[in-house]
Ligand binder design. Structure first.
Ligand code: AMP
Length: 414
């Protein structure tokens, strides 16, 4: 059954991904209800209705689910019970299975292995003894990651020597972890794709990503890779979408290794290793808003509404640069008390910006004919927090990248 305007889309979570979905949905005349513990959040600000309650308040979750025609989520750490409560009332897309796998790094890596998808060497860690055994098996350097709730490099510790095991195990809080071999990758790539209710899959061309401090910094697309790499990535993404029976959008992040690896974890003849999956639109796919016929958010809307996947062609090469809270650099000059006071007294980013000494001056971005500014409406900035992004289209990815990096450089206040 097609879900058509003015039907209501329910979103679990209220961050920037929900905001961009809501904006795409409203453009086509859909209504949006958002559920999250935070009021006046990025998605809530542009929704028709905000349900503000804890995720484990299942009565509130049921009220929310009864008010919408379909539920999707904008981050994968939505508790399973919350998602399943919704699924008992309305369609949940993608389903709980994708969420279950994406929420836990160990489950995710086991899922790759079970489906013959090449990934990094890994070992489960439930104790210091497991960690020591894993290090003996995988070797150093390696990286210890908490199995749940890690993102943007949080909950990750790199180990260069086996004797660092005890300290690392303590530092992660002695919780369920995964140990991964450190991959000397050549590049990081991602592929956003969508699958509709009839099982039809549409891939976006590969995106190349650079990270700073474990956080995505700049993405460019289409990535310049040898044609077999693109074909392999598409086949791997198809396997993931089909195995998880995804209806919606999913992103796969890859490491591209310099040569096809001989290790048992490397696919035969493949330079691609799967790093992680996200059953939702992805930061690296933000450039599809301007660069593609159908943006990743419109694609999410289409697929969760039962519509066929839209055209994923690129109109032009593109680049995107994230705007992190670091650019709101007044934060560094505040004392803890000043920061607490400001956060208490301000209700939105505008006021917060006004009350600060230094804020990014958007002139360089907004006066540039090729640049598009996206701000997420977050109430307060802090280093590492994703506050917005800028996108440029150009004749080549190199030219687009130069524009976004140049403009972002001008935002930094000396
Ligand atoms: P993750 O949250 O697992 O995607 O990690 C964030 C970033 O850390 C990745 O995008 C890589 O730049 C780096 N990283 C994570 N795991 C590994 C690994 N096993 N080998 C090399 N770099 C890694």
């Amino acid at each position: 059954m097609l879900i058509l305007p003015p039907a209501t889309i329910g979103i679990l979570g209220s961050g920037q991904l929900g905001r961009m979905l809501a904006l795409a949905a409203r453009r086509s005349g859909y209504r949006i209800h958002v559920f999250s513990p935070e009021a006046n959040a990025p998605a809530g600000q542009v929704a028709d209705r905000e349900f503000v309650a804890a995720y484990d308040d299942l009565d509130a979750v049921r009220d929310f689910a009864r008010s919408v025609d379909v539920v999707t989520y904008e981050f994968e750490n939505v508790p399973l019970a919350t998602a399943e409560t919704c699924a008992a009332i309305v369609p949940l897309r993608p389903g709980a299975q994708a969420l279950r796998v994406a929420q836990n790094r160990l489950r995710e890596k086991n899922f790759f292995a079970e489906n013959g998808l090449p990934t990094v060497p890994f070992a489960p860690v439930h104790s210091l003894a497991d960690l020591q055994a894993g290090l003996a098996q995988i070797g150093c350097p390696a990286v210890l990651k908490t199995a749940v709730s890690g993102y943007d490099g949080k909950g990750q510790i790199k180990l260069n020597h086996p004797h660092e095991a005890a300290e690392a195990w303590q530092a992660v809080g002695e919780v369920e972890c995964i140990l991964e071999g450190w991959v000397a990758f050549e590049r990081e790539l991602s592929m956003v794709a969508a699958r509709d209710v009839n099982g039809r899959i549409a891939h976006y061309n590969l995106i190349e990503n650079s990270h700073a401090n474990h956080i995505l910094d700049v993405s460019v697309a289409p990535a310049n890779v040898p044609p077999p790499v693109l074909t392999q990535a598409e086949a791997m993404v198809q396997t993931v979408l089909t195995a998880l029976d995804v209806v919606g959008v999913l992103c796969v992040e890859f490491f591209l290794t310099p040569t096809p690896g001989p290790s048992p974890w490397n696919g035969e003849g493949s330079r691609l290793l799967l790093n992680e999956i996200a059953p939702r639109p992805h930061n690296s796919g933000h450039l599809t808003i301007e660069a593609c016929v159908t943006s990743q958010f419109e694609q999410q809307l289409r697929t969760v509404c039962g519509l066929p996947v839209g055209d994923t062609s690129y109109l032009r090469p593109a680049a995107m640069a994230n705007l992190l809270g670091d650019l709101w650099d007044f934060l560094y000059e505040e004392t803890k008390e000043q920061k607490a006071q400001r956060e208490e007294s301000v209700n939105n980013l505008r006021q917060s910006a006004k009350s600060a000494d230094k804020i990014p001056d958007w002139t360089a971005v907004l006066t540039h004919p090729h640049l598009k500014l996206h701000l997420y409406g977050k109430k307060s900035a802090r280093p590492g927090r994703k506050m917005g992004h800028i996108t440029a289209l150009a004749d080549t990815v190199e030219a687009a990248e130069k524009i976004v990096r140049g403009a972002r450089g001008k935002l930094v206040i000396e």
